[in-house]
Design a protein around this ligand. Structure first.
Ligand code: SAM
Ligand code: SF4
Length: 323
């Protein structure tokens, strides 16, 4: 399946919930009330149905995301059902890891092969200020993921000036010690909180320059469908990645679409255009009709986001689509 700019779409990010046990200040407003109601959530069997159609169109990798996917009670069943779909070669998951200690082993057994974990600070008080959550639970979750054999395990750090940028080197040391991959992410002006947090934006070139004063960084290849530029930190086993949606956007290689918990197909994180697949499914549309709607939707995929144009910023929080 190709969009009108010739990009092949093989990756689906599936939000299994828009709820979360954290309130990261760049993502989910503390007073947010716009959550989807349970009757609008795609059920595990509806998810399997839609994923089968996507697989028929060439989707090979599904990433489970949220909100926080581990708060969805049916997560294991959803994972299992996606694993049954012919053509899906990989299931990965993004999590804040607060509930990972209890679920890491089952997720692995159900076929999740790769995990990305968000970790913005190693200081309990800064961590609490950024996320509203508890650092030690997250560290326990990371340890559990290592113990059950998730490898490589990627940590994602949103770097923000004046908030956590002083912790970059500490995070490098931590990942080196633990054998984890570290990815730095630029803030994105998505949702009310993302727009506000973008005042702390740092172009990651600054962080790269700072790290080069301490380490030699050699370009490295890394398996995965992501947009990060990776480097091997000289003389160590550590790989670090830079994800630069603002300072060096990577829209020309975008291979993904997104499906919300309500079954809306979104063509771009930074745009509003979407189509409801749930309504079609619940009205009894055939697999072929849904496939046609997806193909027509993919043709409308925008060429690039417009984070540099404040008047077009989307107000849906990042938690609604999972980044
Ligand atoms: N709850 C899971 C987690 O935190 O990993 C999955 C969903 S979360 C929305 C996915 C990713 O989006 C996380 O790595 C998070 O840090 C990132 N994110 C959320 N809001 C962001 C923003 N405004 N700018 C940049 N990254 C953001
Ligand atoms: Fe929750 Fe993830 Fe958003 Fe933080 S970034 S509020 S953990 S969905």
């Amino acid at each position: 399946m190709r969009d009108s700019f010739g990009r092949e779409i093989s990756y689906l990010r599936l939000s299994v919930t828009d709820r979360c046990d954290f309130r990261c200040f760049y993502c989910l407003p503390r007073d947010y009330r716009g959550f989807a109601t349970p009757e609008h959530w795609l059920s595990p069997s509806e998810i399997k149905c839609l994923i089968s159609v996507f697989a028929g169109l060439g989707i090979r990798h599904v990433r489970l995301t949220g909100g926080e996917p581990l708060v969805r009670k049916e997560l294991l069943e959803i994972t299992q059902r996606i694993g049954e779909v012919a053509g899906i070669e990989e299931i990965s998951l993004s999590t804040n890891a607060s509930r990972l200690r209890q679920q890491a082993s089952e997720l692995r057994k159900m076929g999740v092969s790769r995990l990305n974990i968000s970790l913005d600070s190693l200081d309990p008080s800064t961590f609490e200020k950024i996320t509203g959550g508890n650092l030690s639970k997250v560290l326990n979750g990371i340890q559990a993921a290592v113990d059950v054999g998730f490898h490589p395990l990627k940590l994602n750090m949103v770097v923000m000036r004046g908030i956590n940028d002083h912790e970059v080197e500490k995070m490098v040391d931590f990942c080196m010690d633990q054998g984890l991959t570290l990815r730095f992410i630029e803030t994105m002006p998505v949702g009310r909180n993302g727009i506000e947090a973008n005042r702390h934006f740092i172009p990651l070139r600054e962080i790269e320059t700072r790290l080069r004063q301490r380490y030699s960084l050699q370009p490295a290849a890394m398996r995965g469908s992501g947009p990060a530029r990776y480097f091997q930190v000289g003389g160590t086993g550590l790989v670090i990645g830079f994800i630069t949606p603002q300072s060096q956007h990577f829209c020309d290689t975008c291979n993904r679409v997104r499906l919300s918990v309500e079954g809306d197909l979104h063509l771009c994180l930074g745009k509003e255009n979407r189509i409801s697949l749930r309504d079609m499914l619940r009205e009894g549309a055939s697999g072929d009709a849904i496939a046609e709607a997806i193909i027509a939707g993919v043709r409308l995929k925008p060429e690039r986001h417009s984070f540099d144009q404040p008047e077009t910023h989307v107000l849906r929080p990042m938690s609604a689509l999972g980044g």
